[in-house]
Design a protein around this ligand. Sequence first.
Ligand code: NAD
Length: 252
Amino acid sequence: GNLSELFALNGKNAVVTGGAQGIGEAIVLALRDAGARVFICDINPEVGNATAERHGVEFVAADVTDSASVETAFEHVATTAGSLDVAVNNAGIVHNHPSEGLADEDWRRVMSVNLDGVFYCCRAAGRRMLQQGSGSIVNTGSMSGHISNHPQPQSAYNTAKAGVIHLTKSLAGEWADRGVRVNSVSPGYVGTEMTKRGMSNEEWRRVWVGDTPMKRVAEPREIAPAVVFLASDAGSYCTGTDLVVDGGYTVW
Ligand code: NAD
């Protein structure tokens, strides 16, 4: 068949958590351009609604740390659109603090959004996809799930991202023979709100860029096509894989 047809998502209904801005917004655009009906799911309704309107997609609010709120949002997508075919679980936060002084609540907050939240979203999507007998889940991991970043301290973030990659493999194994694929995409440094503060710190920026073989951070749009690949039939034999998109950061 036609190669571009393999990457097409016509007739598919997709949700992207953390889709209001940054990498999530670029994923929303790519899924939409591939033909999907896309719902932005985000804790921030102001930015989320504005982004949805700008790109001609829909918005549904949820806090991924609250499993009931995730269930309600994913049910909204499934019932409004008639199915849930693609779930991109991308919402995430970072907290930079030396571990010896890290407060319980800061550890918990990062784990809660970046790991508990991904599990709640996978479970909510998986339930519906298993019932349909089809679906593709793509979680946003990070190179931080493979290496520990420097010079900035972020042990909770790195740990949560390693958890996302292994959760992805665990669910992939459970659901593979029932039509549901589960994969992750692990970006290197990407220019977004999340990295703005770090990029304005001369020392951090020098290390981040200098330790990236390509000598630059990514644009959000450079991450999104990897998600389309895994979400679509182009990735039909991929499950449990982590696709690293990091400008070579992890080769050193
Ligand atoms: P961002 O801060 O620009 O966007 C994150 C989005 O997630 C925001 O719209 C925010 O409102 C939403 N969000 C936060 N908490 C939420 C919650 N509890 N429930 C629902 N939505 C919530 O960040 P980004 O750089 O676009 O990051 C997106 C994902 O990519 C994250 O998982 C991040 O860890 C990962 N990532 C980012 C980089 C990078 O360098 N920027 C690198 C690797 C991985």
